[in-house]
Design a protein around this ligand. Sequence first.
Ligand SMILES: Cc1ncc(COP(=O)(O)O)c(C=O)c1O
Length: 400
Amino acid sequence: MSLLAEALNRIKPSPTIAVSARARELKAAGKDVIGLGAGEPDFDTPDHIKEAAIQAIRDGRTKYTNVDGIPELKEAVAAKFKRENGLDYDVDQISVGTGGKQVLYNALVATLDPGDEVIVPAPYWVSYPDMVLLCQGTPVIVDCPENAGFRLLPDALESAITPKTKWLILNSPNNPTGAGYDRASLKALTDVLMRHPHVHVMTDDMYEHLAYDGFEFVTPAQVEPGLYDRTLTVNGLSKAYAMTGWRIGYAGGPKPLIKAMAKVQSQSTSNPSSVSQHAAVEALNGPQDFIKERGAVFRQRRDLVVAALNQAPGLTCNTPEGAFYVYPSCAGVIGKKTPDGHRIETDDDFVTYLLESVGVAVVQGSAFGKSPYFRISYATSTDQLEDACARIVQACKALD
Ligand SMILES: Cc1ncc(COP(=O)(O)O)c(C=O)c1O
């Protein structure tokens, strides 16, 4: 009998974490590497949030808390949903977990039976299919073509739905493409869902505040109130508030689901860090202007990266609506030869070539379910981005 569970054979370690680890290793070995693999803002957590955490420690708020969040934080989350999304959630419809990742995972553990299907539009955030597999569910991957802006098309959604479909996972703005659903494109999808009352929506709104050029963020339960009872609206503090290490994510949803998620959490991590929860209250209730200021910097970086990459022979890069990623096509380098005679066959080969020849770490499209592409995270300094893009252009020019 094997010690390791069969379910572990179905999944892989997070490829994005693996790229960051490899870049860190190479750097530690003295190589000149620019890491554009991590999905993490380079900005620091704002001081007023840090101060709230320090105060919480001083006040002795260092004990176990309610399983799925202290009342003050649930109230702050409910107020945020009302203020920013026009959604009414009572505090007992709110769940707080150790990052959006745990919240999503809790929801899947709480709802999936073997063979239940979960529709995952591709390109997808790397964790969705593997989380579904760990929960004995079946991910149903639906391709979102580049010429549709990497957005799920209503017909494709309609054809993917079966009697076994339990969830559709939506993510806008999207990791890895940056694509966002405007009101009309989201409504076209919610119209399909209205015809299939057994399908629920897990919407991952993690990048809500990172949207540019006046793009209006909208979320499914807001666009189609008829879906309110079938929607889990997930969000978190990691990206917009630069709080990746604090590990706080949250969701609003139907009471029975929120209760079931608390049951799961009570038997795994008990509660998110008490100190982080107090910091999160300040983050949600305190000043919000830094988000816009930082957003302006992200937008400049996005424009810089898109312009530079379109100078690289063999690459094409569109301008996405949000997040801090671009997802260029590398179709034009497939079949070319590197200076040392290796043929580039896949996006995996291309990212390996970039890392080894010019020391730029990016993530291959195969990790996100759509090739031949790669993801660049532009959540790093403008100087580093300029340097990295110049290196990528140089690497592409060296191909034959
Ligand atoms: C689309 C998406 N969802 C969820 C998460 C998880 O965020 P966290 O667990 O830090 O809240 C991430 C982080 O990379 C993400 O990109």
